[in-house]
Design a protein around this ligand. Sequence first.
Ligand code: FO1
Length: 323
Amino acid sequence: MPEKPRVTVLAGGVGGSRFSMGVREALRRRGAPEATVVVNTGDDLWLSGVRLQPDIDSVLYALGGVNDTVRGWGRAGDTERVNEELQAWGAGWPWFTLGDLDLGTHLARTGWLREGLTVTDVVARLAGRWPLGIRMLPMTDSEVDTHVLLAGDVRMHFQEWWTRHRAALAPLGFENPGIAAARPAPGVEEAIREADVVLVAPSNPVVSIGPILAVPGIREALAAARGRVVGVSPVIGGAVVRGMADVCLTAIGVETSAAAVAAHYGPRRTGGILDAWLLAEEDAALAASVEAAGIRAVVAPLWMRDLELSAALADAALAAAGA
Ligand code: FO1
């Protein structure tokens, strides 16, 4: 692997944002070109007439240094005046807060979409506001949803299940209406195929990485990638680091363990996506079973508590690709 590798990251949500910041830092220190991050758009939605892209905005705000690090979503220092007014009208969802600054983003995005710009164009415009130090691409320009399937033939949008019910309703599965007809956004397949390394962020494997992999053409691009594909476990010591990914994993029959998630992604040489998998030191005992599944196991510190640790994790992932 070159000393200054071209890196592409598949990412979504908070885990994807933190990891992208680590990758940006690690590459800056090497004087390497900016990475490309392909972001999940499967949990996007229309609400109160505006288009929300939670994962795009998580990565955008984090890399732009304007994210609310306490709540884990939205803008730092945001206010909720418009949201209060929406609630007074009975508009939107009472359990879903749209901050004033955040609404500025949604209005800008919706206006540009209405003017005919593609999602890729809109993301490029949003990304131009702050010096992100990373090229952001949406996984697709098509509208794709994530629905949660529940008992009694009930289905609801992922955001309702996640924020209103805090994932407490046992899901039977997840569906992505619109995904079969979706195509990777312009530049995504090339970014995957031509990268020296493709990194799979420690994001939710089901509702963040899952939709990216489900876009027809993306698995094929990973299979044809000239560089190695290295994933980072979102599970440490048998528990998910953040969010409610364990509930999602259980719903699709995958145990909440670093080895089971690696096996779920599968080895690239037999139709899966991974060449190597980073497991936490707490999970070192699982390395043998990852290797037995045909994936190179690398034990490294995975906690991204600050930028230094996130950059060290990115370095470990790059080293795993070079070995
Ligand atoms: N998460 C919440 O827990 N409560 C909210 O009210 C909420 C509002 C919200 C608005 C815009 C946005 O882009 C994200 C928002 N999120 C909120 C986060 C989001 O629901 C999820 O954490 C992610 O989609 C999961 O990756």
